[in-house]
Design a protein around this ligand. Structure first.
Ligand code: SF4
Length: 245
């Protein structure tokens, strides 16, 4: 066991807050480097495409131009083969007109912006890379999955609260508003950031530190095991525990 000072100085990434909310045991296995890293070409492509938006004119043209460039560049950056990149690009090509039409009226919320902003705070024990710093210092997340019917997902709300803490500390203010971009549905949703969520982020930070110190959390009853990348190691661990206790 590491000493308490070393435990307290461990910076917890905001992405780990998201992982914890999916399942706390994923933090444990990721920390042991036992979770297979999946590279999802569709996700990386859509995320990069959203980050490429730099001006308000001719959004569809901009997106098409960026897609052609990303098709060449991303396989050089990530371990993605052409057999994955090509179908992902063709699928997204078919969605671009709808995405551009839906987002065109919401670009004032997103631009001008700073993309992929690195943030960290020793005082908060948190760090992270914010997708977009939108106008008025508003944190914005890009989500490549589906949006909920109303508002934003709980996981996104807490991750926004984490970034708001980091930005707020840097700017000596409280950030009370964030955005979540759901490009597949051409939506940008604004969300209020409440102090109760900021406090919850700090509690989760403390639990993550303990897990990283070696405390294996229980399996949550509603854990999404079906599609979990750590399922094999997690089940092995579970059967070992049952044998010993
Ligand atoms: S298999 Fe289930 S319990 Fe285990 S890490 Fe994955 S989601 Fe969590």
């Amino acid at each position: 066991m590491r000493c308490i000072d070393s435990l307290m100085s461990t910076l917890v990434r905001i992405s780990e807050i998201g992982l914890y909310l999916r399942c706390p045991r994923l933090i444990y296995f990721e920390n042991l480097r036992r979770t297979p890293q999946k590279i999802d070409a569709n996700r990386i492509l859509l995320h990069s495409l959203m980050l490429s938006i730099s001006q308000k004119d001719d959004l569809e043209g901009q997106l098409r131009e960026s897609l052609a460039r990303l098709e060449e560049e991303l396989p050089l950056v990530y371990e993605i083969g052409q057999h994955e990149m090509e179908p992902a690009c063709r699928e997204l090509e078919g969605e671009i007109a709808g995405i551009a039409q839906g987002l065109a009226g919401q670009l004032d919320l997103l631009l001008p912006c700073q993309a992929e902003v690195d943030l960290h705070s020793d005082k908060l024990g948190l760090s992270g890379r914010l997708d977009r710093l939108a106008p008025d210092g508003t944190p914005s997340l890009i989500r490549t999955g589906k949006a909920p019917e109303d508002g934003i997902w709980k996981r996104d709300r807490l991750m926004l609260a984490g970034y708001a803490l980091l930005l707020g500390e840097k700017q000596k203010t409280h950030i009370n508003q964030g955005l979540v971009e759901y490009p597949r549905q051409a939506l940008v949703r604004a969300a209020e950031i409440h102090s109760v969520d900021r406090a919850r982020v700090l509690r989760i930070r403390d639990r993550i530190r303990l897990i990283k110190e070696g405390q294996l959390p229980d399996r949550p009853e509603d854990a999404p095991c079906q599609d979990c990348e750590a399922r094999e190691i997690c089940e092995t661990r579970h059967s070992l525990e049952s044998r010993f206790f």
